[in-house]
Write a protein of this length. Structure first.
Length: 260
């Protein structure tokens, strides 16, 4: 009977208490680690604090000058403290609008001035006698440029390849002065191809008055001139051709200053 009247014993799950204790211990350990990191490892190093030279600060009055490092050989330096450091002065901001020393021009090395000469005559010949000298930018073409390139590591094989390419261009020039892009599936863009070919000759030091291929350059430029309209249009199919051809004409003028 006693066994029947005895109440049932209810078992309580205490496993969560064990987890809570473990979590609390881990939290305490984490707090200790964070304190060590921020309070100990991040502690400022006061050993690098510099000392100003008293003599320099007294002479300056307010002590705003650059501090000096005491030298062991200086009798007035107090024995030469090894912990002294130099505190550099902060650079002054530059006002670009009111600065009296603006940055140099990008064209500082190019002589863009036009030299004065006699007036334009009525003759049929083109005058180059009193024209300005060649620009420095294009002054390293031809043999002079090859000598400089050889000094910078270029080999004779490089110039052999250039000569072969120019010879091929000269052989494939049409009798009217252009280069026919249709022969090489160029889509009929003769103006652009002709401009590129002339630029290749100009880059090697040839112009319409000088160089081994001066006749090829002159024929190509004359072909462009015959196509040019009163508006300056050179008869392009795409605007890229107009730009390439204009570059070729301008570069030849820059090399020769021919008033033609």
């Amino acid at each position: 009977m006693n066994e029947l009247n005895q109440p049932d014993v209810i078992e309580i799950d205490t496993s969560h208490r064990k987890h809570a204790v473990i979590a609390g211990i881990l939290f305490i350990i984490l707090c200790i680690l964070l304190y060590y990191v921020f309070a100990v490892l991040k502690k400022p190093d006061v050993s690098l604090k510099g000392t100003l030279n008293k003599k320099s600060t007294e002479s300056m009055g307010t002590g705003t000058g650059s501090p000096k490092i005491s030298s062991p050989d200086d009798p007035d330096g107090g024995g030469g403290a090894k912990d002294s450091v130099v505190i550099p002065e902060a650079p002054k901001p530059i006002d670009l609008q009111s600065s009296t020393n603006p940055p140099p021009s990008l064209f500082a090395n190019i002589d863009l001035s036009v030299k004065k000469g006699p007036g334009i005559g009525t003759g049929s010949k083109t005058g180059t006698k009193h024209a300005p000298s060649k620009t420095k930018v294009l002054g390293n073409r031809g043999l002079k440029g090859r000598g400089r390139a050889m000094g910078n590591g270029a080999t004779p094989a490089v110039f052999d390849a250039i000569d072969l390419g120019l010879e091929w261009l000269a052989r494939n020039q049409e009798s009217d002065g252009r280069w026919d892009s249709g022969k090489w599936r160029g889509g009929g863009h003769d103006l652009g191809v002709t401009g590129l070919a002339i630029l290749a000759f100009l880059g090697n030091g040839n112009s319409h008055v000088d160089g081994k291929y001066h006749e090829n350059v002159e024929k190509g430029l004359n072909w462009m001139a015959r196509r040019q309209k009163s508006s300056g249009n050179l008869g392009w199919k795409t605007f890229y051709e107009q730009g390439i051809a204009t570059m070729a004409i301008c570069e030849d003028v820059a090399m020769t200053y021919d008033n033609k």
